[in-house]
Design a protein around this ligand. Structure first.
Ligand SMILES: NC(=O)c1ccc[n+]([C@@H]2O[C@H](COP(=O)([O-])OP(=O)(O)OC[C@H]3O[C@@H](n4cnc5c(N)ncnc54)[C@H](O)[C@@H]3O)[C@@H](O)[C@H]2O)c1
Length: 253
């Protein structure tokens, strides 16, 4: 029998209050892991943790801004104090917006790099020492297909996710001796608020025409990959960025 159980494991999911991160938190909790949700959205984050607990899982919400080293360190310290270890870190928190290149305000450029790239860096930096000690760990970072293709209206976003891909590869190489596996998941066109805030209904319809599978993906389809990357089925995979894009990136080449 094939088992994807994460019973007894401790996972951090950043940006787990809603969207893709929420699906990842629910999925990993369903597989048996205790989940710590790091997010700035308190109400949604507590609701997600409550949803997990009321369906028999284990979860806590931590109000953490991933761009604050202090927030991240305090929350990671609290988890290590309570549970003694962290098995999985899923860096999912991210922001996006669309601007033609010459219109990108420098504050938006800096904020996007700060949340999407520096946030992942700070969380990895806080968690890795404990993973090195236990000689085991998995890190998943949510990237984006736009890191590969550019995103037509978001050089700041594509650049932040290009940095994420490099962070995945650099960490995978440096942390392999400690049996810490680091991979990325690059979604594209997933039904979530970030997509709905950026595109109109008509644009989403036109977008689906460009996708070989002719539909948007779901947050759960991304969560399934995170589960695989935290499970015992992926012990020989590190430094990879798995595209979850309905074939769009491949289809447009
Ligand atoms: N939806 C898509 O099609 C798509 C495509 C490619 C990549 N992604 C990536 O997937 C991830 C999740 O996206 P989503 O579509 O679910 O977006 P979302 O906006 O629904 O969720 C993002 C979450 O991150 C949290 N967050 C933002 N800034 C934060 C901060 N400073 N500290 C802590 N938490 C913070 C938000 O509060 C929110 O809960 C992001 O990294 C995004 O770039 C999404």
């Amino acid at each position: 029998m094939i088992s994807l159980t994460l019973e007894g494991k401790i996972t951090i999911v950043t940006g787990g209050s809603r969207g893709i991160g929420k699906s990842i938190a629910l999925k990993l909790a369903q597989a048996g892991s205790t989940v710590a949700i790091f997010d700035i959205l308190e109400k949604e984050g507590k609701d997600t943790a409550d949803q997990i607990v009321s369906s028999g899982g284990k979860a806590d919400f931590y109000r953490v801004d991933v761009t604050s080293e202090e927030d991240v360190k305090n929350a990671v310290g609290g988890i290590l104090k309570n549970y003694g270890k962290i098995d999985f870190l899923v860096n999912n928190a991210g922001i996006t917006s669309r601007y033609f290149f010459t219109e990108i305000p420098v504050q938006i450029w800096k904020k996007t790099i700060d949340v999407n790239l520096t946030g992942a860096f700070l969380c990895c930096k806080a968690v890795v020492p404990s993973m090195i000690k236990q000689k085991e760990g998995r890190i998943v970072i949510i990237s984006s297909g736009s890191a590969i293709t550019g995103s037509g209206g978001g050089a700041h976003y594509a650049s932040s996710k290009g940095g994420v891909n490099s962070l995945v590869r650099a960490l995978a190489r440096e942390l392999a001796p400690y049996n810490i596996l680091v991979n990325g998941v690059a979604p594209r066109n997933i039904e979530a608020e970030t997509l709905e805030n950026v595109y109109s209904k008509e644009q989403i319809k036109a977008l689906c025409e460009k996708i070989p599978l002719k539909r948007l993906g779901t947050p759960e389809e991304v969560a399934n990959i995170a589960l695989f990357l935290c499970s015992s089925l992926s012990t020989y995979i590190t430094g990879q960025i798995i595209l979850a894009d309905g074939g769009r990136t491949f289809g447009s080449v």
